[in-house]
Design a protein around this ligand. Structure first.
Ligand code: FAD
Length: 510
């Protein structure tokens, strides 16, 4: 079987992979590329998650691409509309024909003498448990490998052990594996969790169920935003579509960043403000303690947004409630808390989170040696120390994912163009200064981040090894900064010794 070769292989056809393909074909038009996608369709997160009410919790002017305006009225959009938007982008820019579906990348080996990645994908398998039968290994080669594989495992969500689980006879469902035919009309539902998913499920399931209780161990900060942004409505009335989108995007960037900085610098004031905003959404007799008083500062964990206060409305209407407590045991009728309180349940939803995974879970090798992403340092938020011709795409924790994902793709294109201009074929960030303190990649203290900190690359405390959570600074550095700072551009050993690379022997070009 012949090995197909591409200049760049992108792994993953989610929001990031489609955006990366657009940047590559626009900014590096001569480069050949393919996207290897493990699932049978594009969209990633927005195709996988099918629970009731699934939606973004950041606005679509920043979660959408800067080059493809979000045209719908709602800024906080539902999952199917986001999926449709990604599909429409792939169609409009001719990206779909580059995607190889059902190609799960399992291994990538770098060979310095040939300046080449060999990428092994399992064909016919799906990342979402459709079974691995009939999988065969197919090799591709590429000059540059770009991981747009998201940040969590598609094999299943995080499912902690609960005492007495076997006593509970009803269905227990993780939102990542939502059964299409789940009928919860008239049922008592308990949702375990307090993150964005639980907060979305509560009002959505309350529409049909008898009652939904969100059982949280500890509360989260929740802010309400208008689903349709009134300023954007005015912008769209008076400005051309593209310009209105750009202004809406920058407005959202500046307000989100400003609010984040305010929370970090004045946490006590931010707490009081959020508390009073919450109190205004609830009946005057509602006691905010403990359900709405987190024991951490705003933005120590990701803040949750609800459109038009839908969660608070469901609580006001008596269709939903929140309980803070620890599970003692599951019972035949539901859940008993350590306080002795019983929560009746016909169905339990475990919105207990994701399992983080680095670089799509693939096995990485550099010149025959295994490399663990957890042992590397992240360079400018997108390359990994000592891994040549390799980049990964991760979003912001304090703003929309796509803001950084798109800057990352632009930076990758700048590095590739720099190498072409200078006749270079290898690029590698070197983390020379071992005295730089090591910090976790993600600056959140949420359980799912702490559980997986060891698997993820690390960051340092200074540029270019620090992962900034600041789009405005990153924007200028990605557009105008020096793309070569702290990068090495080695000469392939084989070329140095006058050997013709095997690539040339095989008649492949790049
Ligand atoms: C329920 C939910 C809601 C969210 N809401 C928001 C939000 O409102 N705002 C926000 O900024 N962020 C949000 N996020 C984060 C969200 O994941 C990102 O916004 C964005 O969708 C990530 O896009 P991505 O393409 O990088 O990753 P994904 O959407 O995860 O896509 C990754 C793709 O790579 C493929 N893949 C992975 N590993 C391999 C492999 N080894 N081989 C081949 N293919 C592989 C997967 O199949 C998938 O198609 C949310 C996440 C979840 C889970």
């Amino acid at each position: 079987m012949t090995t197909e070769h591409f200049d760049v292989l992108i792994v993953g056809a989610g929001l990031s992979g489609i955006g990366a393909a657009y940047r590559l074909q626009t900014e590096c038009p001569g480069k050949s590329y393919a996207i290897l996608e493990g699932r049978a369709d594009l969209g990633g997160t927005w195709d996988l998650f099918r629970y009731p009410g699934i939606r973004s919790d950041s606005d679509m002017f920043t979660l959408g691409y800067p080059f493809h305006p979000w045209k719908q009225a709602k800024a906080i959009a539902d999952g199917p509309s986001i999926l449709e938007y990604i599909r429409e982008t792939a169609d409009e820019y001719g990206i779909e024909k580059h995607i190889r579906y059902r190609h799960t990348v399992a291994k990538a080996s770098w060979d310095s003498s040939e300046s080449l990645w060999t990428v092994t994908s399992l064909v016919g398998t799906s990342l979402v448990g459709e079974g691995g039968t009939g999988a065969e290994g197919v090799d591709f080669t590429c000059r540059f490998l770009y991981m747009c594989s998201g940040y969590y495992s598609y094999d299943g969500g995080y499912k902690p052990e609960f005492p007495g689980r076997d006593r509970f006879p009803g269905p227990m469902i993780h939102p990542q594996e939502w059964p299409e035919d789940l009928d919860y009309s008239g049922k008592q539902v308990v949702v375990i969790g307090s993150g964005a998913t639980a907060i979305t499920l509560l009002p959505a399931m309350a529409e049909r169920s008898a009652h939904v209780t969100m059982l949280q161990r500890s509360p989260t900060y929740i802010a309400s935003l208008p689903a349709v942004d009134p300023i954007v409505r005015v912008l769209r009335k008076w400005l051309p579509e593209g310009l209105a989108h750009r202004v809406a995007r920058w407005k959202s960037v500046i307000l989100t960043l400003g609010f984040y900085q305010f929370c970090r610098r004045r946490p006590e004031l931010a707490k009081r403000m959020l508390r009073s905003m919450t109190a205004r959404q609830l009946p005057s007799e509602y006691d905010l303690d403990p359900n709405f008083s987190p024991n951490y500062n705003p933005w120590d964990q990701r803040m949750c947004l609800v459109p038009d206060g839908d969660l608070f409305k469901a609580i006001r209407d008596g269709r939903a409630s929140i309980v803070t407590g620890q599970i003692d045991t599951f019972t035949e009728n539901g859940i008993r808390l350590q306080s002795g309180r019983e929560l009746p349940a016909d169905i339990v939803i475990t919105a207990t989170g994701l399992q983080l995974v680095a670089c799509g879970g693939l096995q990485l090798e550099v010149d025959g040696l295994a490399v663990r992403p957890g042992d590397t340092f992240v360079y400018r938020g997108f390359m990994l120390s000592d891994i040549p011709n390799f980049a990964m795409c991760v979003g912001y924790t304090n703003a929309s994912w796509t803001l950084r994902a798109d800057l990352t793709s632009q930076s990758v294109c700048r590095v590739l163009n720099h190498m072409d201009r200078n006749g270079q074929v290898q690029v590698v960030p070197r983390f020379g200064d071992k005295s730089i303190p090591q910090r976790p990649l993600l600056d959140l203290n949420s359980g799912y981040v702490r559980r997986s900190a060891d698997l993820l690359p690390k960051q340092g405390d200074r540029p270019p090894w620090r992962l900034r959570q600041n789009y405005v600074l990153d924007y200028f550095s990605a557009k105008f900064g020096d793309v070569t700072e702290n990068l090495e551009f080695p000469t392939p050993a084989a070329a140095r010794h006058g050997d013709a690379p095997k690539l040339a022997e095989a008649g492949r070009s790049s």
